[in-house]
Design a protein around this ligand. Sequence first.
Ligand code: C5J
Length: 234
Amino acid sequence: MARVEAEPYEFEFDPQTTALLMIDFQRDFVYPGGFGEALGNDTSPLLDALPPAERVLKACREAGVFVIHTREGHRPDLSDLPPAKKIRGRGATTIGDVGPMGRILVRGELGHDIVEEVYPIDGEPVVDKPGKGAFYATDLDAILKMKGISKLVVCGVTTEVCVHTTVREANDRGYDALVLSDCVGSYFPEFQRVALEMIKAQGGIFGWVGDSERFMAGLRAAVGDATPAGAAVG
Ligand code: C5J
């Protein structure tokens, strides 16, 4: 059993029944030129989450923790795009329109895919989701159940939107989720802070909040590792 210092209290997990959930680390959100920027946002806070998330991903792969990725996006014919989502924001460029990295949030386009830093490898399922929550209209729950997963360690973007929605959905389905504060990113620092506060409030009403270093220390202690404590993995 691994133990991670976290808030509101220690997060305990068995690496065999835990999954690392990497939420929507897509070019459309993280890089300039995508959907995030089309909505008027500065994407740099999301870029900051990438190096720690990359270290956690590497540590989980080395420890044999099951890794699963998600992408938000829609079919090329936009048949799964609610009209309300298409027009929300009244932007000049919206989902399905052509942007600098192809059609925005459309499956198969460059901008829709996951950034190189945390790109999936063989054996890591990628779940395509049309909504904010990763459980809505996807087979994520079925995959986790088949794997015997009961706990989630969560990285991704954006903190108060797809990460928060997914953690809430996971909580209602009986999963325990640990969100790593430095591995999630928001365009708005205030939303980042409050979103994390909300997860761990009231005794962990939606889950736990930790960080990459404390998580990797707990993982190392459980599975054994030649890497000295405190040293960066990777
Ligand atoms: C947003 C997401 N922010 N992945 N999507 O529209 O959080």
